[in-house]
Design a protein around this ligand. Structure first.
Ligand code: NI
Ligand code: MN
Length: 234
């Protein structure tokens, strides 16, 4: 039995869970309103940390409810962290683009993303949510890059030297990279494995993940397609 395993679960869209023997981490926990998520919010187990890439509803998701239930720490940009802690009285850890911090489970670097981060209030007004971001999360010897919502950017070339094990890349187009651009992103980041995300949640971000996998296979980059609810061991 491997001591250092990390279980990665895909909930659909950009929502993932990382689990070790000691820690449970969620990234962009869009659960209850996520049309492709098979897991119910009440089935989410105790969470230690919640990473949020930006202020859009399909990424903040159920973070507040989960954080309140389990007293989890929410990690986000300074602006989004401040908004969430003042508004909802949850504990947060603010970071910012380019910053690295050593958490009890491992080191995290906040990376740039090319997108928005506005928070839509109930009345439809948009609150400034700072910059969107991605995360490089090191845990139990695995380096996982969650790109967040982003267009293709040459900043991703800087990640090639990070030695990323698994890159979670959006492929759904319209709001984020499509398959063509995500292939460039995979080449830029040069990870051991790629898992596509942010597609087929709605018609507007429909993408053929099999085709993405085939294209990556042709350039010798391993691609793993996960169905919502699926777990793999890293
Ligand atoms: Ni977004
Ligand atoms: Mn999104």
């Amino acid at each position: 039995m491997r001591q250092n395993k990390v279980s990665l679960t895909f909930f659909g869209h950009a929502a993932f869970q990382l689990e070790t023997e000691e820690f449970r981490i969620l990234i962009d926990p869009f659960i209850s309103q996520n049309p492709v998520c098979l897991v119910k919010l009440e089935d989410i187990k105790k969470v230690d940390y919640i990473f949020i890439t930006h202020g859009h509803g399909d990424h903040v998701g159920d973070a507040v409810e989960i954080a309140k239930k389990y007293n989890s720490t929410v990690v986000a940009t300074f602006e989004l962290s401040t908004y969430l802690s003042k508004r909802f009285d949850i504990s947060t850890h603010p970071m910012h683009i380019g910053g690295r911090f050593e958490f009890p489970f491992g080191v995290v670097k906040m990376t740039p993303a090319l997108h928005g981060s506005g928070i839509v209030e109930e009345d439809g007004n948009i609150i400034y949510g700072g910059n969107p971001c991605g995360f490089v999360i090191s845990i139990n010897g695995q380096k996982i890059y969650h790109a967040g919502d982003t267009g293709l950017t040459t900043d991703m070339k800087l990640l090639a030297d990070e030695g990323i094990d698994v890159a979670l890349l959006p492929i759904g187009g319209n709001y984020v990279m499509d398959i063509e651009d995500a292939i460039f992103a995979a080449k830029f980041v040069s990870p051991r494995k790629v898992i596509p995300m942010h597609y087929n949640t709605w018609e507007i971000i429909k993408a053929d993940a099999e085709q993405f996998k085939k294209r990556l296979d042709e350039i010798n980059i391993e691609c793993i397609l996960l169905n919502p609810g699926e777990t793999i061991e890293l």
